[in-house]
Design a protein around this ligand. Structure first.
Ligand SMILES: [Zn+2]
Length: 113
């Protein structure tokens, strides 16, 4: 499952931070996931529960912020909204669109104790 490896990298980031900042437990994590990152929030939640066991993130609340996809259309010469990774331009219908945003995933905030 794709979400499982994404979640593992998130837990890895949290464990690194825990070592660096010397905290023992994370109460909440705010995760930013792009709409084109191929990560289902529900699957992320499930994986987070499983992968966080025995780590400082165990039992933490997971808040997911979705970011819309965006691309650059070479025919319209402007930024357009992208619903899917390889979707055509919503304005001109052509496929000369390069994805410019919406496939990222990062930890925005952590509430620690
Ligand atoms: Zn276009």
């Amino acid at each position: 499952m794709h979400e499982m490896s994404l979640t593992e990298s998130v837990i890895g980031i949290i464990e690194d931070e825990a070592r660096r900042q010397n905290f023992l437990r994370v109460r909440a994590v705010v995760l930013e996931i792009g709409a084109l990152a191929c990560a289902e929030p529900e699957a992320m939640r499930f994986c987070f529960d499983v992968v966080s066991r025995g780590t400082p993130a165990e039992g933490a609340r997971l808040d997911i912020v979705r970011v819309a996809g965006a691309g650059w259309c070479f025919d319209c010469e402007r930024e357009v909204a992208l619903a899917e990774r390889f979707a055509p331009c919503p304005d001109c219908g052509r496929s000369r669109v390069r994805m410019t945003g919406g496939d990222e995933m990062r930890v925005l905030e952590m509430e620690v104790e």
